[in-house]
Design a protein around this ligand. Structure first.
Ligand code: F6R
Ligand code: MG
Length: 366
């Protein structure tokens, strides 16, 4: 008999901020918990866990429905909708910006972000769910490359026989809307040539070359309710399988010991350092940031989510936080100037067309 497959699905949505866009209210999390507890009781899902990073609510769900399962997506939609109602009762901030009004079968095209993978659970199955706030999807390119392609980060690439053949990265070209699979180490330079352009090329998933086993997946694209289009999406989630032929847990989090620069932060219009924080520090307050990431470690046990372990609640990341704060100070002193402020074509909430319209008559030929 084939091994039973488990699906691990991570859903993210902004259903209303507390306070402003800084964090999420406990009542909203309680609403999500009640809904999913009832669904688990009826056997509709195997297990779940609720987290929040900044003003994004995250539902981590294990089930046996496979990818894009209509019933699970429907349950998630109802859950987010109920959470939005709780947010509206409390008059939390901007609950109507994160989701469309009517469900159409798959939450992927309706506002929330989705990162899903299906696999046969190994004898022991450690996974890490990374969740972020005030960042865009391409922000995972650097750590994914370091974890699955760089032996200076992941020693297993040169010492674990199952990883010696490397990994294959699926890269989306957001502009042309097509994807390419690039195999490392052979095509490492080609991969880097593309994924360094984080606003256009986004690593969507990673598989192991030896056997094609899924190793990592992110929520790469989602419907932007404000912009009215499917786009790179903000606040992406990332799931990484670890140990025994996959990167070790410590190698997966090591990529965040350097607080590299990402696009997002205030009004999704600035670059800033990505700060790894424990769950209790995942409130984006200073200048609506700085951008931050949390890491929730789980052991799967017959689909049960044993955890989470708060992976960045470790003094080993204190220095990353300190460097991030110093970098934030340095960048903030640039105010509205590049490179702190994003180039015009990457500005998410650009008021430039309105401003230019206002003054267009006043430009004179020189
Ligand atoms: C949104 C975000 C925030 C907002 C900013 C302005 O999550 O990143 O930085 O862009 O707080 O918000 P509004 O336009 O709602 O006043
Ligand atoms: Mg938000």
């Amino acid at each position: 008999m084939a091994d039973e497959l488990v699906t691990l699905s991570v859903f993210t949505a902004d259903v209303g901020g507390f306070v402003g866009h800084a964090s999420s209210h406990p009542d909203v999390l309680d609403t999500a918990r009640e809904r999913l507890q009832a669904a688990r009781g009826k056997g509709r899902i195997k297990d779940f866990h609720i987290l929040r990073c900044g003003d994004d609510l995250n539902l981590i769900i294990s089930h046996s429905g496979g990818l894009n399962d209509r019933a699970v997506h429907g349950l998630v939609w109802d859950t987010f909708t109920a959470c939005r109602e709780t947010a509206e009762e409390l008059k939390l901030y901007a609950p109507r910006r994160g989701m469309l009004e009517d469900f159409a079968g798959n939450v992927r095209s309706m506002g929330p972000g989705v990162a899903e993978m299906e696999f046969a659970e190994r004898t022991s199955e450690p996974v890490i769910v990374f969740l972020a706030n005030k960042i865009v999807s391409g922000s995972w390119n650097l750590p994914l490359f370091r974890v699955f392609g760089d032996p200076f980060n992941t020693s297993g690439l040169v010492s674990d026989p199952a990883m010696l053949n490397g990994f294959t990265f699926r890269v989306l070209d957001l502009r042309e809307r097509h994807a390419i699979d690039l195999k490392t180490p052979e095509e490492l330079h080609l991969l880097l040539a593309l994924i360094g352009s984080t606003s256009r090329y986004v690593i969507a998933s990673v598989t192991r070359n030896t056997d094609g086993e899924i190793a990592a997946v992110i929520s790469s694209e989602k419907f932007d309710v404000l912009a009215g289009t499917v786009c790179a999406g903000c606040e992406p989630a990332m799931v990484v399988r670890c140990q025994a032929g996959m990167p070790a847990v410590g190698e997966a989090v090591e990529a965040f010991a350097f607080p590299y620069l990402v696009a997002g932060w205030m009004r999704y219009s600035h670059i800033g350092p990505l700060m790894p924080v424990p769950f209790y520090e995942a409130h984006a307050t200073r200048f609506d940031g700085p951008p931050r990431v949390i890491a929730a470690g789980f052991q799967l046990s017959g689909g049960r989510l044993i955890g989470p372990l708060d992976m960045f609640d470790d003094p080993g990341f204190d220095r990353a936080r300190k460097v991030a704060n110093e970098t934030a100070d340095y960048l903030r002193r640039h105010g509205p100037f590049r490179p702190h402020r994003l180039p015009q074509e990457e500005l998410e909430f650009s008021s430039m067309p309105i401003i230019l319209e206002k003054v267009k008559e006043r430009f004179r030929k020189i």
